[in-house]
Design a binder for this molecule. Structure first.
Ligand code: S3P
Length: 178
């Protein structure tokens, strides 16, 4: 594994996998900054993700994600970065993420994901009928990409946020010492 150049932790994974809540917890524990790509995009665009998808489309949003990663590249340090679930879809983003820090994939089963996202109104890709079918299809497509982008995979089913954060921390410490 490439030696860590920057002390950042990058969290990737499907919608509802706990990236934001676990990320905030980790940042608090470690005294690190916390950033979230969706929130940074909303601040820059002064619009919600839902509205960006609705008015400008997914491709436009994906361009914003890539451009944000490029902006973060020279400045991000001692930060936990939580990322939008589809940010890994572009090959160039996968490389940028691995250069930004140590990448953890928070993996959740379809059941856990559907349970967590029932009734959610904020994710444009999951609106409409049959949440389960959408989750199954997208997870199947994306799982290999999450795996290959991450330095380390953490299974999150039936674990508390504290347990997940502890696991990440212990892996990160091992890596920092190696
Ligand atoms: C998306 C995930 C969302 C957000 C957008 C698209 C995706 O972020 O970026 O709705 O394609 O999986 P979260 O994973 O934080 O929900």
């Amino acid at each position: 594994m490439e030696r860590l150049q920057k002390h950042n932790i990058i969290l990737i994974g499907f919608m509802g996998s706990g990236k934001t809540s676990v990320g905030k917890l980790l940042a608090e524990r470690m005294g690190y900054y916390f950033q979230d790509t969706d929130s940074l995009i909303e601040q820059q665009e002064k619009e919600t993700i839902g509205h960006i998808f609705e008015t400008k489309g997914e491709e436009y949003f994906r361009n914003l994600e890539t451009s944000l990663l490029r902006q973060l590249q020279p400045v991000l340090a001692h930060t936990i970065l939580s990322t939008g679930g589809g940010l890994i879809l572009r090959e160039q983003n996968q490389k940028l993420l691995r250069e930004l820090g140590y990448v953890f994939y928070l993996k959740a089963s379809d059941e856990t994901t559907v349970d967590r996202l029932k009734g959610d109104m904020t994710r444009p890709l999951l609106q409409g009928e049959d949440l389960r079918a959408k989750v199954e299809r997208l997870q199947k497509e994306r799982m290999p990409i999450y795996r290959s982008t991450a330095h380390c995979t953490i299974t999150t089913d039936h674990k508390t946020q504290v347990e997940i954060a502890e696991e990440i921390l212990s892996e990160f410490r091992k890596e920092s010492l190696s």
